[in-house]
Design a protein around this ligand. Sequence first.
Ligand code: PLP
Length: 394
Amino acid sequence: MIDAVLPTYNRAPLAFDRGEGAWAITADGTRYLDLGAGIAVNALGHANPDLVAALTAQAGRIWHVSNLYQIPQQQALAQALVDATFADTVFVTNSGTEAAELAIKMVRKYWHDAGDEGRIEIVTFEGAFHGRSTGAIAAAGSEKMTRGYGPLMPGFRQVPWGDMDALRAAVSDRTAAVMVEPVQGEGGIRPIPDDELRAIRALCDETGALLVLDEVQCGMGRTGRLFAHEWAGIAPDIMMVAKGIGGGFPLGAVLATERAAAGMTAGTHGSTYGGNPLACAVGTRVMEIISDPAFLAEVNRKGALFRQRLEGLVAARPDVFEGVRGSGLMLGLKCRVAPGDVVQAGYAEHLLTVPAADNVLRLLPPLTITDDEIAEAVARLDRAAARVDAAAAA
Ligand code: PLP
């Protein structure tokens, strides 16, 4: 008999009752060190007192009014994002997928209003992930996500990951946009090198294609800058944000330049919940904390420390791990075994990690993780790897 919850996930037999910082705790009090952070969501840790205060203060006032009215909390969040980034304007969503949908619509509207409505092709890299809506799966294009769902939304073209020659060959003055993650998350913590991201920006400038960056997973301080593209010194035309921006409360956003967003006038897009006071009160507090240069400097320092320890782990467990990738606190361990085996062994060591494509184990701890917790994480990873080694030998 089918489960009451539609069984689209293979869930671990674990349930968490509460959390504290980098720890997720079961009802019987067992503490798991959380290097998944709800898949890069709990950027400021579980039950962060600042966020609990922001949420509960708003919860006692008003939860929801709809976008028929002014929403000061939404205005504050949008202003904070505009002040901190390339963007001139922001649409607030409830998730990354919704942000991806709007980004795609915005690209199409831009070319429609430019009198070129046939210019719809968006070029992406293989391994991309933008969510599970019909538009987002068409954009990502992988067999796993699209099989069984009939004709896909047209207008996407994919080139092999990181293949700049293929990208150059695919992008022309008929291309509507290039849409990429500066660091692929689900694709296996694969960063686009800074010089290549600059070359992609230049290619867009040459052809007129819009540059859409998906920073749903790699944004909000995860790589040690507020947004990952800042490392390359470039700016997109449109950007999707979600996950970390809500610190665990469902929240996303599309950021855009005035030029890219010019067609998005009243009535062209909407959302009942998007930009509600609860989510935006939390998001504004998250922005205040993460955009502080001192906070980001700590992410870089801790990222370097974690990386250095992980290099040691790779050297000590060469049968299990092959290398470290990523930046800041968006790290991946390339595995010589199935990463799911290390995730499973991690459960036995009370450690939470997330597998990704390309045989990579993702490490996405809360950005507030401490040095001691990083040391503890590496010790637990080492013991998990020993379990995998022992199982292979048995
Ligand atoms: N884009 C990227 C890069 C993601 O990693 C994800 C989720 O993993 C999404 C979009 C979709 O976001 P959501 O699951 O919030 O809809």
